[in-house]
Design a protein around this ligand. Structure first.
Ligand code: NAD
Ligand code: ZN
Length: 377
C-alpha cells in the first residue's frame, strides 16, 4: 500500500465533549507501531456502550468513539505476522493476546493485556494516541475508535474473517450480536425445553433471545419497558412479553408466577441495576442461572438477600458473550455464512457517515435495532 508507514489524513467523527453531537473533522492517523494494525473502516454501527461513554462525564475528551465495525487492513506494524494488508477484519473492544493465563484458559476471555478498558484513550505500546488534529491528540475508545475512516488497533483486538462475508452485514457481529448470542449459548446454556427470561430487547437482548432459541429453549420471555420492542422480538424467538410498567408488583414476582417458581435462565441486557437484580431474583431456586451483560452505571451496587444464593441460584456476568475475539469470532461469522445465524434482521437503519448523529437520535428514541453507518457513501 502506498500509504504504509505514512500519516493518513481522513475524516473522523470527533466527540469534543460529553453529550454534544459528533463533528466530522479531518484527523491525522499515525502509522501502526509494533504489534498494531491500521484498518480502513468500511461500516460501523452504534452500540449502547458508545452512547453511555459519550454521555458520561469521563475526563477522556476529545475522543473518537465506535467499536462495532468491519474493515480492511491497510498496513501492519512491526512484529505483526497474523495479519496482512487486504485482510478483512472485525475490530473488538476486548482482546486476545494469546499469551496470558486468561487467553490460555479454555474458560476465560478476559485477556490480561487487552481486556476492555473504557478509561484508556491511548495505545498500550507508548501511551500515545494515533489520532491528532493540528498536532493535538484525539483519544481512542476501547482500543477501537471505529468512527473514523482509518483507525489503529492492537493486533490482539482484530479478528480476521472470511473475505467472502459481506462487511455491511457481519460488522454487527463485532460487538452486540455476538455478545448476546454468546451470553446465551456460552454462558447461560439453557437446556432444551427450558424457560429463559431476556431483560432488555435491544440488539444485545434480541441476540440473546436468538441464542436461547438456537440452544433449544422453548419459552422465551422478553421483558422491556418499551412495548414497541415486543412485536419485533417475536422474530428473534421471544414467545411472551412482560412490561414491568403494566404491573403493580415487582417484575420478578410476575415472572415467578408465570413460570411456576421461576425461569431456568435469565439474561440481563439493559445496563439498568434494577433489571440486573430482577434478572437474578426471577430465576428458579435449585438450578436457576442469571447472566448479566448490560454495562452498569459506575456507582451502581447490586443488592439482594444472600438467601437467594443459598437457595442455589447462580449469578454470572460476561463480556463479549465469553467469545475469544480472535479464536471464536471468525466462527461466529461462519455461522452466518452457513445460514445458522441471521444478521439482516438486526439491521433496521443505515446512514452515510456524514449523518452519524442520526444513529444517536434513533437510539435515544429507542427506534430500530442497529443502524449501520456507511463510511464511503
Ligand atoms: P439498547 O439501548 O438498544 O437496548 C436496551 C433495552 O433495555 C431497551 O429496549 C430499553 O427499553 C430496555 N430497558 C432499559 N431499562 C430497562 C429495565 N429496567 N427493564 C427492562 N428493560 C429495560 O442497548 P444494546 O445495544 O442492546 O445494549 C444493551 C446493554 O448491553 C447496554 O448496557 C450495553 O452497554 C451492554 N453491552 C454489554 C456488552 C458486554 O460485553 N457485556 C457488550 C455490548 C453491549
Ligand atoms: Zn491475553
Amino acid at each position: 500500500m502506498a500509504t504504509a508507514g505514512k500519516v493518513i489524513k481522513c475524516k473522523a467523527a470527533v466527540a469534543w465533549e460529553a453529550g454534544k453531537p459528533l463533528s466530522i473533522e479531518e484527523v491525522e492517523v499515525a502509522p501502526p507501531q509494533a504489534m498494531e494494525v491500521r484498518v480502513k473502516i468500511l461500516f460501523t454501527a452504534l452500540c449502547h456502550t458508545d452512547v453511555y461513554f459519550w454521555e458520561a462525564k469521563t475526563p477522556v475528551f476529545p475522543r473518537i468513539f465506535g467499536h462495532e465495525a468491519g474493515g480492511i487492513v491497510e498496513s501492519v506494524g512491526e512484529g505483526v505476522t497474523e495479519l496482512a494488508p487486504g485482510d478483512h477484519v472485525l475490530p473488538v473492544f476486548t482482546g486476545e493476546c494469546k499469551e496470558c493465563p486468561h487467553c490460555k484458559s479454555a474458560e476465560s476471555n478476559m485477556c490480561d493485556l487487552l481486556r476492555i478498558n473504557t478509561d484508556r484513550g491511548v495505545m498500550l505500546s507508548d501511551g500515545k494516541s494515533r489520532f491528532s488534529i493540528d498536532g493535538k491528540p484525539i483519544y481512542h475508545f476501547v482500543g477501537t475508535s471505529t468512527f473514523s475512516e482509518y483507525t489503529v488497533l492492537h493486533v490482539g483486538c482484530v479478528a480476521k474473517i472470511n473475505p467472502e462475508a459481506p462487511l455491511d452485514k457481519v460488522c454487527v457481529l463485532s460487538c452486540g450480536i455476538s455478545t448476546g448470542l454468546g451470553a446465551s449459548i456460552n454462558v447461560a446454556k439453557p437446556p432444551k425445553g427450558s424457560t429463559v427470561a431476556i431483560f432488555g430487547l435491544g440488539a444485545v437482548g434480541l441476540a440473546a433471545a436468538e441464542g436461547a432459541r438456537i440452544a433449544g429453549a422453548s419459552r422465551i420471555i422478553g421483558i422491556d419497558l418499551n412495548a414497541n420492542r415486543f412485536e419485533e422480538a417475536r422474530k428473534f424467538g421471544c414467545t411472551e412479553f412482560v412490561n414491568p410498567k403494566d404491573h403493580n408488583k415487582p417484575v420478578q414476582e410476575v415472572l415467578i408466577e408465570m413460570t411456576n417458581g421461576g425461569v431456568d435462565r435469565s439474561v440481563e441486557c439493559t445496563g439498568n441495576i434494577n433489571a440486573m437484580i430482577q434478572a437474578f431474583e426471577c430465576v428458579h431456586d435449585g438450578w436457576g442461572v442469571a447472566v448479566l451483560v448490560g454495562v452498569p452505571h459506575k456507582d451502581a451496587e447490586f443488592k439482594t438477600h444472600p438467601m437467594n444464593f443459598l437457595n442455589e441460584r447462580t449469578l454470572k456476568g460476561t463480556f463479549f458473550g465469553n467469545f475469544k475475539p480472535r479464536t471464536d469470532l471468525p466462527n461466529v461469522v461462519e455461522m452466518y455464512m452457513k445460514k445458522e445465524l441471521e444478521v439482516e434482521k438486526f439491521i433496521t437503519h443505515s446512514v452515510p457517515f456524514s449523518e452519524i448523529n442520526k444513529a444517536f437520535d434513533l437510539m435515544a428514541k429507542g427506534e430500530g435495532i442497529r443502524c449501520i453507518i456507511r463510511m464511503e457513501n
